[in-house]
Design a protein around this ligand. Structure first.
Ligand code: MG
Length: 300
């Protein structure tokens, strides 16, 4: 097997995970979660989003959360934004890395962003220019890169075209999202082979949802295909509130268990991560959506 020696985990639980929870989550719980995640050795944590609080009420306190976490110099904190207003807040806060998002499906773009793909790329281009000038680095998400909950199939050429644009705009990392969680390993292989013709896979990340139980197989395929950046969410929190039927993100502890078994270095302490998974699950009054967290507890 052709596998990388190290992998970069982008922990998306505090944003992508928690924004999808129906219950109210206090800023203190979010702050404690982020501090625990950074103590686990996770070096890349998406901490919140500065978007409309009307659309995403769970993230309304993201600025306050960021201001109150114990900043760790070893951790890159990531803030999701959608527009100029969000970028202005980032400049105020002093966050050094942002995430922007668009979709590879017109139907999803209209439904989620209320604009077509071209318009969303124009917005992102302007944000990138301003962010880069201010010394802020940028990650980009492409939702529905492997299928769409509204229109079904998505054309690979379209995904590649968008990825090339984002790369030209200066996004140093492009995360391909399987928003409905329907992708299988064969699809992942085809997409990554095609994309590797135009962009180096070192800049590509994968973001899987586990709706059909395929996330782990898809991650293994992505690693074998040359990707080494994986998005995951502690405790399997989240999914996408704008994608009907999509279940949770792949759980970080399941990914770390897989990578440990393959001898791929991540710098993450699995025992601490499992404790963190149970901490946030208990705070939310639920069980972790993670086979590894449940198995560890059952073993004790
Ligand atoms: Mg997700």
């Amino acid at each position: 097997m052709n596998l990388p020696a190290t992998a970069k985990i982008v922990e998306v639980g505090p944003r992508d995970g928690l924004q999808n929870q129906s219950q109210c989550i206090s800023a203190d719980t979010k702050i404690a979660l982020i501090n625990q995640l950074s103590a686990c050795g996770l070096g890349h944590i998406e901490v919140g989003s500065l978007v409309s609080p009307k659309r995403v009420p769970q993230m309304a306190d993201s600025a306050r959360v960021y201001q109150n976490i114990k900043l760790n110099s070893q951790v890159q904190y990531l803030m999701l934004i959608a527009n100029k207003k969000g970028l202005d807040k980032v400049l105020e806060l002093g966050t050094k890395r942002i995430a922007v998002f668009c979709a590879a499906s017109e139907a999803f773009s209209q439904n989620n962003m209320h604009c077509d793909i071209n318009a969303s790329l124009h917005t992102i281009q302007a944000l990138c220019q301003q962010a880069l000038a201010a010394g802020i680095s940028i990650r980009a998400y492409i939702s529905c890169a492997l299928g769409c909950p509204f229109q079904g199939q998505v054309n690979i050429r379209q995904v590649i075209h968008i990825a090339e644009k984002l790369d030209q705009f200066g996004c140093d990392e492009i995360s391909l999202g399987d928003t409905p969680g329907t992708a299988t390993a064969g699809q992942v292989k085809s997409l990554l082979e095609a994309i590797s013709q135009s962009l180096p896979l070192e800049h590509i990340a994968v973001h899987f949802h586990n709706s059909y139980g395929q996330a782990m197989a898809n991650i293994l395929m992505a690693l074998q295909s040359g990707v080494h950046i994986i998005d995951s969410s502690v405790s399997g929190l989240g999914g996408c509130p704008f994608a009907p039927g999509a279940s949770g993100n792949v759980a970080t502890e399941d990914v770390i268990y897989l990578l440990n078994g393959l001898g791929i270095e991540t710098g993450v302490d699995l025992d601490k991560l499992i404790s963190t998974s149970w901490f946030i699950s208990q705070a939310l009054n639920q069980q972790p959506a993670s086979a590894t967290a449940l198995a560890y507890r059952a073993k004790k």
